[in-house]
Write a protein that binds this ligand. Structure first.
Ligand code: BJW
Length: 244
């Protein structure tokens, strides 16, 4: 956790940080939303209408995540190094449902949009590790209800996880880093304003290209995450730029 009196850092990551690990983003030209419609796979209504279709969409992504060749990249590893070596608190809030931050060595991680390799029972609310395929034939290991499991992710119209803890950290941080996210989806897209206005934090965007909210950041670095994130982390740990 580090020295609580030392400058604190909150990091928001999005799909762009996992792109060079072989996982698609959502809104790039070759992204997930160019291949499937949000209304068919990423809303509670879609799941109610056609659970098999939604299970199939997430089963394919879960198999891909566990397949050969998908591994954390230099950007994930650099953030783990930052958490380990920074003297103050570092909270990593990811919108990603993959586990590449954990596999890269990060420990203080909030998955605000959930986790692909977990199942939640709609009958009893229990959350279970679920590394394999999921279907309506599965039953809940806690309450034994059949056909009530869903992937433990946050669809449009649902409340992201751990918002109180996230806002608490944002309102106390000295540095807010936004990495590999297009800034299209709220509430995550509003975090930069929270950090600026509530905490007076320094705000930095690290992305392939300017995001929707690029002008809200005090500082921007553009390029592939595997290049700009390790370089920025090295500079931070070397004491430049100054955080406070
Ligand atoms: C690289 C790179 C490289 C590429 N290196 N960079 C109006 C109407 C209806 C609803 C709303 C509305 N206004 C707001 C809403 C709410 C809605 C919303 O925001 N809608 C917008 C579309 C307008 N939000 C919600 O419904 C959320 N819930 C909510 O608001 O609850 C109420 C609430 C109120 C107040 C406080 C708190 C809560 C829930 C949102 C759930 C999002 N779910 C998804 C799917 C999750 C499961 C899954 O993965 O299938 O989450 S959608 C998808 O988008 C996924 C992502 O986490 C999320 C963000 O995408 P991300 O990560 O930014 O990816 P991209 O593709 O957009 O961007 C990638 C970036 O990387 C790009 O900029 C590239 O340039 C860059 N990049 N390669 C560095 N190598």
């Amino acid at each position: 956790m580090g020295d609580r009196s030392a400058p604190s850092i909150v990091i928001l990551t999005g799909a762009g940080i996992s792109k060079e690990s072989g996982l698609d983003t959502f809104r790039d030209a070759d992204g997930i939303w160019a291949k499937v419609r949000i209304e068919d796979v990423a809303t509670p209504e879609a799941f109610a209408r056609d659970p098999d279709r939604v299970h199939e969409f997430y089963n394919a992504r879960r198999r891909q995540l566990r397949g050969d060749g998908i591994a954390p990249n230099a950007a994930h590893q650099a953030l783990a190094r930052l958490e380990q070596d920074w003297p103050g608190p570092v909270l990593l809030v990811t919108q990603n449902i993959d586990d590449l931050h954990e596999r890269g060595g990060s420990r203080n991680v909030i998955h605000m949009h959930g986790e692909l390799q977990k199942a939640r029972c709609q009958a009893c609310g229990a959350v279970h590790a679920w590394p394999g395929d999921m279907s309506r034939a599965d039953s809940c290991p806690a309450c034994a209800s059949m056909g009530m499991l869903r992937v433990h992710v946050v669809w449009f119209g649902e409340m992201p996880f751990e918002m109180d803890r996230i806002y608490q950290s944002l309102s106390n941080c000295n540095l807010f880093l936004s990495i590999g996210t297009s800034g299209n989806v709220y509430p995550a897209a509003g975090f930069v304003q929270e950090a600026r206005l509530q905490a007076g934090a320094r705000t930095v965007e690290l992305n392939l290209e300017p995001s929707e909210g690029a002008s809200l950041f005090a500082d921007q670095r553009y390029g592939p995450a595997t290049e700009i994130v390790p370089a920025y982390v090295d500079a931070l740990l070397a004491g430049a730029p100054k955080v406070t």
